[in-house]
Write a protein of this length. Structure first.
Length: 274
């Protein structure tokens, strides 16, 4: 009997910066991940343009399998990338108060890593991604073209990025203290601003309209994700993972079904390997 061949998942959850991350023209960070993990992991894009952490609370349970429910594939990695819209200025309907944003991030992480959660998944590794800076000039022009008033502020968005970074570091330290909570955080704001202030890049190189990522911004996210994988989860470095299916030159020309049956019944990487 032929077993079902499944590819484990790398689930990307966020707002428009995630939804647009398959854009190959701007070297979308998800498209780069999909290229790196071809025949190894399925990159699943669940980005929702305009959404905030408030809506995320209701969406994430719909995307996660129930605990102890058999599935063909597992979510090995999950990115959570909200904050750019939460930081909108009131009276915008997208505005989420800073304290509430912090609570929402904790709730999203706990949906995965709390043993009492119906979607508890201790093997799923979370990568929390902080919102990037806002380039106010270009974004104000974008707002004017859309018939909107300026709805974001550099300092306000910085505060949301700092909260995200703080939450991510806190959960990351818990794992170091023996708790089963594998969380990492990417300081998008800090990385970009360090390069801007050092004269290596401009915000316009990172952000194509003042808010969404240009090619250089996408490169930052992709490179930081890969850095985490290569240093902390080395077995999941795509360069070290076996591909699903033998190379075609290795297949038995007359009876390829024998080689492919073995492939279908043998996962490329043990689920417990980190």
């Amino acid at each position: 009997m032929v077993a079902h061949t499944s590819f484990d998942n790398f689930l990307l959850f966020g707002d428009s910066i995630t939804q647009f991350s398959f854009d190959v023209i701007d070297r979308g960070w998800a498209s780069q991940l999909a290229n790196a993990y071809q025949r190894r992991l399925d990159i699943i894009n669940r980005g929702f343009s305009g959404y905030t952490s408030e809506q995320a609370l209701h969406l994430l349970p719909q995307l996660l399998p129930l605990a102890n429910t058999p599935t063909h594939s597992k979510i090995q990695f999950l990115t959570i990338f909200f904050g750019a819209n939460d930081a909108c200025l009131p009276p915008s309907s997208q505005h989420t108060p800073l304290k509430r944003y912090e609570e929402n991030l904790r709730a999203l992480i706990d949906m995965v890593h709390s043993p009492t959660s119906p979607t508890y998944s201790p093997h799923t590794r979370i990568i929390l991604i902080c919102p990037p800076p806002v380039n106010e000039g270009p974004w104000e022009k974008e707002c004017q073209q859309r018939g909107m008033s300026m709805n974001r502020d550099w300092e306000v968005t910085k505060a949301y990025a700092e909260v995200c970074l703080s939450v991510g570091r806190e959960y990351s330290e818990r794992n170091g203290q023996g708790e089963e909570c594998q969380v990492d955080v990417i300081d998008t704001w800090g990385i970009m601003m360090e390069k801007v202030e050092g004269g290596e890049r401009t915000l316009s190189e990172f952000l194509k309209d003042g808010l969404h990522l240009a090619a250089a911004g996408n490169d930052v996210i992709f490179e930081e994700i890969m850095k985490i994988l290569r240093t902390k989860y080395r077995a999941w470095d795509p360069a070290k993972m076996l591909m699903h299916g033998p190379w075609w030159r290795h297949l038995d020309v007359d009876h390829p079904e024998t080689d492919l049956l073995i492939c279908a019944n043998k996962p490329p990487v043990p689920a417990s390997t980190v």
